[in-house]
Design a protein around this ligand. Sequence first.
Ligand SMILES: *Cc1c(COP(=O)(O)O)cnc(C)c1O
Length: 395
Amino acid sequence: MSKLAVDGGRPVRARKDFLVFGAPQIGEEEIAGVVDSLRRRWIGTGPKVMEFERAFEAYKGASHAVAVNSCTAALHLSILSLGIGPGDEVITTPMTFCATVNAILHAGAKPVLADCDPVTYNLDPKQVARKITRKTRALLPVHFAGRPCDMRGLMRLAKTHRLRVVEDCAHALETEYHGRKAGTFGDLGCFSFYATKNLTTAEGGMVITSRKALADRIKRLALHGMTQDAWKRYSDSGYAHYDVVELGYKYNMTDLQAAIGLPQLARLEANWKRRAAIWARYQKAFADLPVDLPAEPLPYERHAYHLYTPLIRKGFHRSRDWILTALTAENIGVGVHYRALCDHPYYRRALGWKRRDFPIASDIGDRTVSLPLSPALSEGDVEDVITAFRKVMGR
Ligand SMILES: *Cc1c(COP(=O)(O)O)cnc(C)c1O
């Protein structure tokens, strides 16, 4: 990496202060919680995972929450728990992380893409309707960047065609739609606690559902298909045999992870307010730039402000990739969320996906840039992002 900015001058930030994109906010409580688990020797799935699940249920107003080791696992088990597999189709969006479709493929089902809405970047019910066949079993909407999908439109389609709904809420912890929380519209809602997400456990995920039978099945599938939780097996209430009653996976969360998640959950709303304020600053600061700003949420939507993703305007004399390089040279970390899934060689080869079939997602994927949006950003950091982005956009 050059010490100079791409214009040959001094970068906005010093190289030693490179602003890492999506660096997690880790406080003393998280450190103390992990140390406590280590000292107690409960490092596997134990009381802190239970506590985290109950706290998550309370936060989301959900009847059941099951902790797992990633959102990918959460999605995979959600699809399996609904009995969806080979011969079945699941409709989702091309504007998402690869894990969304990989989970469908892992379950043995076929992912079918419907192009997204050009304003919200979310699954468009009109496009979804055109993709429904006799094989369609479920819809898998992703609340992109934390903005809720058109759940009225999607749930209406699901009802008419008797489809299951699994919500990918990896960006949508704090998201609400008409006063109802994301993850509670469908049969199941799946959350990610990856390092860059609004709440992190280093790696981790959660499934919520109102149906006890699905929660029980997911719990069992997450631990080898066994009938008993391992931590109950070794407790002082006496040894209990377990039975393996179906083929399961190794997807359980550990107490070390839950120890990080518990204090993060307590800070969620304060962090949301901070990100909302940074988002508002960016919207104002970039209003005169040749970019398409992210659309503001509607009055009945609560945006989780997970990602801030302006699009470089068509016809701008610099490419999106040039902007990414230039921002990095200013020592500002950036991301791309996402190149459209149809751009990846594996899916093109295995599923025959083509850019021309998803013109909206392809266009967004070509022009999008993610700027840092984290509660850990100081006022100075936010100023640097603004200065650097304006500079590389020629202002
Ligand atoms: C991060 C992410 C996932 C995967 O989450 P993991 O916890 O890393 O498995 C799935 N879907 C979307 C939209 C994501 O952003």
